[in-house]
Design a protein around this ligand. Sequence first.
Ligand code: PLP
Length: 407
Amino acid sequence: MIKINENYFKLQASYLFSEIAARVNAFQKENPGKKIIRLGIGDVTLALPKVCIDAFHKAVDEMADDNTFKGYGPEQGYLFLREKISDYDYKTRGVSISPDEIFVSDGAKCDTGNIQEIFSTDTKIAIPDPVYPVYLDTNVMAGRTGEYKNGRYENIIYLQGTKENGFVPDLPDTDVDLIYLCFPNNPTGVVATFDLLNNWVDYARKNKSVILYDAAYEAFIQDDALPRTIYEIEGAKEVAIEFRSYSKTAGFTGTRCAYTVVPKECRAYDSSEKKHLLHGLWNRRQCTKFNGVSYPVQKAAEAVYSDKGLVQVKKLIDYYMKNAALIRKEMTSLGYECVGGLNSPYIWIDSKMDSWDFFNLLLNKAGVVCTPGSGFGACGDGYIRISAFNSYENVKKAVNLIKKTLK
Ligand code: PLP
């Protein structure tokens, strides 16, 4: 008899964004003429930069000619893109990451979800709360958690982000093997300092752990004194895997391109405590289960690093950061405590009431969609996330509607 993976039963029924969509649809059905402004799901709204589109078109034309047509590409990504990543994303920060330590992929979501496969099923995992839900759910599916009780899964060490610690979780007081970190953070928008990352890298080295460092929002960091990559920390290459994405950086959410860095010295241990390098394992996994990102998409991503591309991408980021500044300023002036929005497109707001009640209030009275913090974990209760991804005009309208509702 074929049996299903019963771990799936442990997953919480409603994925946050489907629940939001259901509530918005119900509201629209009841109020057919009413306009809604979405500052909820973290999807970008501006088109791809012109240089990316030009490179994309040109590469599609190459696919139309037998002489330049490309079939299967390297599973790890084309060298032309990996070299640019190595030079522009790392060398410019004084970090040496060689192109063959970079694995181009179709998304940081897939990679942060898939990476857990290369670790033992009895791995002790530390996950922040609040958190981007993918880290947790993929470990539930893999059977690394117990049951879900009182808002928490058994066998997970939750790293609590609270007002008291500025939503930057403290180091665990127990030994953990695998640590998920995300900076700039989704959902709170807080960023990591050098000191913080130094502490985590020290911890991982002492405890023989691995850090999974999700830097999908790195491009939004405005303060040049902050680390842009975990590899700016000495010793990090031995203990950290980093995830980056063109989704938010350059508008690739629908185009799909990202990458994961597994340094050659990054290690884990077998049951006899013998050391193994993770690079080969991830390479094996990718070669077995992944056939690479399409050539035109990688050409579009490569264009991000051209002179024009760097300017056009900065313009996109600046646009969203202007939205973030407006949201943060207006919510603060209404008397709501905010974090984030300075080096990230997310503003995390103390809603002073239950998250879903505040969500309903903004939806029903202002016609504005935010994201209830409780959907990101128990510590998110009493908070909402507002995202800067929309047009400036819509953000201006939204904050005015919110002001009218909350004054
Ligand atoms: N990591 C974080 C923290 C995110 O918020 C998101 C998307 O919202 C992703 C990863 C997914 O990125 P991608 O579009 O590359 O799959």
